[in-house]
Design a protein around this ligand. Structure first.
Ligand code: ACO
Length: 330
């Protein structure tokens, strides 16, 4: 069992070892400036802030933050032009022209995503101001999925009092079909492994086994079968209700033969309504720190923030991103 303090320590230590360069397109956003200062001084990442130098420095000063000299500040207006050609090259098959690229590069998330596409930085963190869709759409278009992935999805690390759960997908895919849900389960299991959590994957539904019926239950059952076929090495079971997945005493009556029920560490939700609502309910009503959403399946790491993110959340998301970048090198 990975305890939350140990998990936090593990993230910081591994990010420190990774020594990665992370671009923050919301470079003059106050929490982002504070997070960059902390990441730099604690050796978590080399941060690149996009913004006008005078704006960034004013924001830092207003907050009483001393920005270490090593934090890079890049003025988007000074560099935009150099990304127009490469962006057109990546998207001309979609009808992107130079004037369109120039206009789209006004958006600093798009600009930062091009920096990542050209390997000028190792990862990107945004979303303190932008919505999830606006943070990840440029990545879906320009960075694309890994060769072995069929889609991009996401997980949250939920820091419960005595253990860390992985919840997927609570941020990206509105209504995955059975094949997509199977891939989300596999990606979430692999993310658990990559971050030191033993994956026991529960495919969540309103039915445990055949206790309930309906097309939504059938989808989860089919996804479970597909995921098992694709990855016999992973422990996957479903459909399981949340209580049967998480609580041993419930599991012993509802799913006594399941290798996952009662001891799940990875919870895969059937659609975004369920996943997003559950993560927020647990986070807000049980006061559980949640780290993420961490995107999985992208060729290079891009991670989103909740617009309610605290400075600490941004620091951990930068750490996650640096670790993912190092994993991609391996
Ligand atoms: N994986 C891989 N690629 C994808 C995915 C995916 N899951 N979804 C879309 N794409 C690609 C498409 O193939 C397309 O590529 P192309 O332009 O090269 O052909 C590109 O992304 C754009 O596709 P659209 O269908 O136009 O995608 P759109 O931008 O409409 O939607 C998005 C993608 C933004 C992820 C959408 O599914 C979405 O809004 N999801 C919900 C986000 C959200 O609101 N989450 C809840 C809040 S998160 C929180 O609370 C922290």
């Amino acid at each position: 069992r990975q305890s939350p303090p140990a998990f936090r320590h593990y993230l910081i230590k591994r990010a420190h070892e990774a020594r990665k360069r992370i671009v923050l397109p919301e470079g003059d956003e106050p929490r982002t400036v504070q997070a960059a200062a902390q990441c730099q001084s604690r050796g978590i990442a080399q941060c690149v802030l996009l913004g006008k130098r005078e704006d960034v420095l004013r924001v830092a000063e207003n907050q009483g933050v001393t920005l270490p000299d090593e934090v890079e500040i890049i003025d988007p207006d000074e560099v935009r032009e150099r990304y127009i050609g490469p962006m057109v090259k990546l998207r001309s098959h979609k009808g992107l022209t130079e004037p369109m690229a120039e206009a789209q590069l006004e958006d600093t998330v798009m600009l930062a995503t091009m920096m990542l596409a050209l390997d000028e930085v190792d990862g990107l963190v945004s979303g303190a101001v932008h919505t999830t869709a606006n943070t990840i759409r440029p990545a879906l278009q320009l960075i694309k999925t890994k060769p072995d992935a069929t889609l991009v999805s996401s997980v949250f690390f939920m820091l419960l009092p005595d253990q860390v759960y992985v919840y997927g997908d609570c941020a990206v895919n509105p209504d995955p079909n059975a094949e997509e849900l199977a891939d989300i389960a596999i990606q979430s299991g692999d993310s658990a492994i990559a971050f030191g959590i033993e994956p026991r994957i529960a495919m969540i539904s309103y039915s445990t086994g055949s206790s309930g019926t309906g097309a939504d239950v059938d989808k989860v059952r089919q996804a479970t079968e597909l995921a098992r076929e694709k990855r016999p090495d992973l422990l996957i079971d479903g459909p399981l209700q949340y209580d049967a997945a998480a609580i041993a005493s419930v599991a012993s009556s509802k799913a006594p033969d399941s290798p996952v029920a009662g001891r799940a560490t990875v919870f895969v939700f059937p659609d975004l309504n369920t996943g997003n609502t559950t993560y927020k309910a647990v986070q807000r009503s049980a006061n559980v720190v949640s780290i993420g959403p961490m995107l999985q399946g992208l060729r290079k790491p891009v991670n989103d923030l909740s617009r309610g993110a605290l400075v600490e959340d941004i620091v951990y998301t930068i750490a996650l991103t640096a670790i993912q970048a190092a994993q991609n090198d391996a």
